[in-house]
Design a protein around this ligand. Structure first.
Ligand code: G4P
Length: 290
């Protein structure tokens, strides 16, 4: 069921082709590409074509929303990417933690040679230019606002609405190209689509919310049972996955006439609390399991 519903949002191939084209066209204007991903789902929140689309340009991965993910797991992800030759840093754009690491990685690792060559040629005033890309909801706008120190109104990227690319100056050393257009996540992989839905990157109204919440609960029961115990007083060790949602509703007193549990309410509550980070620091993907 999830499959057919998720497929229904794979629309607008023309729009996606436009984004792809626009990235390719503007690549020659930048020194590097910064891809923002969600630290809770570093693989599922990557655009599957990014490597191909930006081939030839150095790429820096920013694992954003670090404050919501499991710290140890995020550190393992950073090592995982680095062991594959990809420079990655983690950030929390809500508080700004990690900004310094970002600059260090960009200037002293990713573009070290280029900056040194320019300096040797006397091009000291030439700013470093980067293109910022990411699938919706990973915190691309928050990243740009945080880096530029100003809060721009968020512009919705919608098919049919023309938005021009814009350069955002960060001091005299760095310029960021904020690219318009929607980048699609990994829809083709069911597990990835589910994780994107858990985080809210895919809208609820196209998914069966009780199925989704049950899947999330089963994941939490397996990987973070203590959080379920702390927040919901749920003892999950002997509960079959299919019964977790009713147990949650019962614990929260979400009953309807006849003593039955209102599982829809329980599902909405769980997903809201998960997305607000109230359940705990939770990672949905682990390096060794992928
Ligand atoms: P986008 O441009 O990639 O689509 O993402 P955007 O910056 O709009 O961020 C999507 C949501 O994620 C926003 O929440 C934003 O506040 C939140 N967010 C971004 N970066 C971080 C982070 O590092 N940590 C946490 N905890 N949240 C982050 P929202 O609920 O849609 O809006 P609001 O809370 O800002 O009002």
């Amino acid at each position: 069921m999830l499959e057919t519903e998720i497929k229904s949002i794979q629309w607008f191939p023309g729009h996606m082709a436009k984004t792809r084209r626009s990235i390719k066209e503007n690549l020659s204007l930048v020194d590097a590409v910064v891809e923002i991903i969600d630290a809770r789902i570093p693989l599922s929140s990557q655009n599957p074509e990014m490597g191909r689309m930006t081939a030839g340009k150095p790429r820096l991965l920013v694992l954003n929303k670090r404050d919501m993910a499991d710290n140890n797991v995020t550190d393992r992800w950073i090592s995982y990417f680095r062991s594959r030759g990809i420079i990655a840093v983690s950030m929390d754009c809500k508080s700004g933690k990690g900004m310094k690491n970002f600059y260090t990685a960009l200037e002293q690792q990713l573009l070290k040679e280029l900056i040194e060559t320019r300096r040797a040629k006397g091009m000291v005033g030439t700013p470093t230019r980067v293109m910022v890309v990411g699938i919706p909801n990973v915190g691309k706008s928050s990243f740009i606002n945080r880096m530029s120190g100003s809060k721009k109104a968020k512009v919705e990227d919608r098919p049919g609405v023309t938005r021009t690319k814009q350069w955002v100056k960060l001091g005299d050393k760095l310029e960021m190209l904020d690219m318009p257009g929607v980048l699609w996540p990994k829809f083709d992989d069911q597990a990835a689509a589910q994780r994107l839905a858990f985080t809210g990157a895919i809208k609820d109204d196209i998914l069966d919310i009780e199925t989704l919440a049950s899947l999330l609960l089963a994941y939490l029961a397996e990987n973070y049972p203590l959080y379920l115990k702390e927040r919901y007083k749920m003892e999950v060790s002997d509960v079959p996955p299919g019964d977790l949602l009713s147990l949650l509703g019962r614990k929260r007193g979400m009953l309807i006439s006849g003593g039955e549990v209102n599982t829809e309410r329980a599902a909405i509550m769980l997903l809201d609390e998960f997305r607000a980070g109230k359940i705990g620091n939770i990672s949905l993907e682990f390096p060794e399991k992928n």
